[in-house]
Design a protein around this ligand. Structure first.
Ligand code: ADP
Ligand code: GLC
Length: 462
């Protein structure tokens, strides 16, 4: 099938979290499964890679038309088109007060950009709120290129917390959509809600783990959309993310001092030593790593609250992350108070992330909710056992006391309980058997690509 895959970030060109990883790997797996895929994403100022500019197109936007540039690239059989506009010439991908307007422009440009590169899709696959306007645009939008009106849509929820909420009338004006949509799924308590609009208008809705698909139909995890999701549950399913096993492979990872595998773990020891040396950590203690966006979702405050007891259990802590100021500051202070035991690097650093996944003994993932989570899968592939909260995709990918450790309650006591279990196992021979089991786990994208293929066929009506 011809799949138009739309995402606000795509590895290796742009990435703030797991959505970038997924948009980097899933299209490749879809191509291997026989689909033809065009990925469309913004042409950020910070884009890694140099698309070839092939011209401009006029996107219907904000009561008129906006010129956007089109840049193209091809990588391993996948075609990429990047949407260029001054609105994407900023230091960060997101986090600005006008994000909704910026991504309305992006979404509105997608059909014109696809037409410009000669791609008329069988199905459009939109991801998260940034491209969630597409199902509405394709159903009701004016000025669509031939072949686009009414194209079926699949919408994937990677994180229900971010919904793209804005003023209803203004949003319809930006999107050049009819005012009749004021009384549609776009309207959530009088505001435009991009996420709910897509859930309502898409033919099929997926989320990134079976566990999260079930959780978001409950008020505790539904962020106000659980009622809508329950009502439309007939078209909702969870498909577990895979891992790009070429990018995340300890046997060929250029960021590590030496390659290693389950058969020969000596390279992992070298990664551990490199990590200790870089952060001047005492070598005798097991290392607990964290690689994470620093936001409430991820429960990093639980690590901070439990820190004295974690150190008391014998752990050292190495954190790499960026996000909310209070968490960044808390981590900086913790590192300053506990030199030789706690290290914190604030920022986004792909290379260091690889070294932590390899060099740490365990990875803390104490998330309050986790749609899928890739970091625990990466850690397992590197023989680093996750200590994670039993929620969403974490619960679906980790087996307690077999290839990681799970706790139920999102509080410091819960985390400490699981960290204590891990600490005991670390002193036993069983730890190495668990490492080998974790490293042998199957996380490839092939199975998920198959499941998406079925969802595309359902959306298409086949
Ligand atoms: P989320 O998408 O919610 O952030 P995931 O676990 O699905 O969580 O994916 C996170 C991805 O982002 C992983 O590839 C992880 O290694 C990466 N990542 C998170 N924070 C950083 C950082 N500060 N530096 C480098 N990589 C990071
Ligand atoms: C989101 C979720 C994360 C998931 C990722 C990719 O960022 O927070 O759990 O793994 O998307 O689907």
């Amino acid at each position: 099938m011809k799949v138009l895959f739309v995402s606000s970030e795509v590895y290796p060109y742009s990435k703030s979290g797991g959505l970038g990883d997924v948009a980097g790997a899933l299209p490749q797996a879809l191509v291997k499964a026989g689909h033809e895929v065009l990925v469309v994403s913004p042409w950020y100022q910070t884009l890694k890679g140099a698309p070839l500019w092939i011209g401009d197109v006029a996107a219907p936007f904000d009561g008129g038309f906006s010129q956007v540039g089109v840049g193209t690239l091809e990588r391993q059989g996948v075609r990429y088109a990047f949407v260029g506009h001054s609105q994407f010439q900023r230091d960060q991908l997101y986090g600005y007060p006008d994000d909704v307007k910026r991504f309305c422009l992006f979404s509105r440009a997608v059909p014109q950009v696809a037409e410009r590169v000669g791609f008329v899709p069988d199905v459009v696959h939109a991801n998260d709120w940034h491209s969630a306007y597409l199902p509405l645009i394709l159903k009701d939008g004016w000025h669509l290129p031939a072949g686009f009106p009414g194209r079926p849509c699949v919408f994937s929820i990677h994180n229900l917390q971010y919904q793209g909420v804005s003023e209803l009338e203004a949003t319809l004006y930006w999107l050049r959509l009819p005012s009749s949509l004021k009384n549609s799924y776009l309207n959530h308590f009088g505001s435009a809600n991009a996420m709910q609009g897509a859930i309502g208008f898409a033919e099929q809705v997926t989320t990134v783990s079976p566990g999260y698909a079930e959780e978001i139909q409950r008020p505790e995890y539904g962020y106000g959309l659980d009622g809508t999701l329950r009502h439309l549950s007939f078209k909702l399913r969870g498909i577990l993310n895979g891992l790009d096993t070429e990018v995340w492979n300890p046997a060929s990872d250029p960021n590590l001092p030496a390659p290693y595998s389950a058969d020969d773990l000596s390279g992992k020891q070298q990664a551990r030593e490199a990590l200790c040396e870089r952060f001047r950590l005492g070598g005798g203690r097991p290392i607990l790593g964290v690689v994470s966006r620093l936001v409430e979702q991820k429960g990093i405050d639980l690590v901070l609250k439990a820190l004295p007891q974690l150190l008391g259990q014998g752990w050292s802590l190495v954190v790499l992350g960026s996000g909310e100021a209070w968490l960044e500051e808390g981590l900086r202070q913790a590192a300053a108070w506990h030199p030789g035991q706690v290290a914190a690097v604030i920022g986004h650093d792909e290379q260091l992330a690889h070294l932590i996944y390899a060099g740490a003994d365990a990875l803390a993932v104490p998330s309050r909710f986790e749609p899928c989570g890739l970091s625990q899968m990466i850690a397992m592939r590197y023989g680093t056992l996750p200590i994670a909260r039993a929620t969403g995709g974490l619960k679906d990918t980790i087996i307690h006391d077999q290839d990681g450790f799970l706790f139920t309650h999102a509080n410091p006591e819960g985390l400490l309980w699981a960290a204590g279990q891990a600490r005991r196992r670390y002193a036993e021979a069983r730890w190495e058997a668990m490492m080998v089991r974790a490293m042998s786990k199957e996380f490839s994208w092939a199975r998920s690509a198959q499941a998406y293929g079925e969802v595309y066929r359902l959306a298409w009506g086949g």
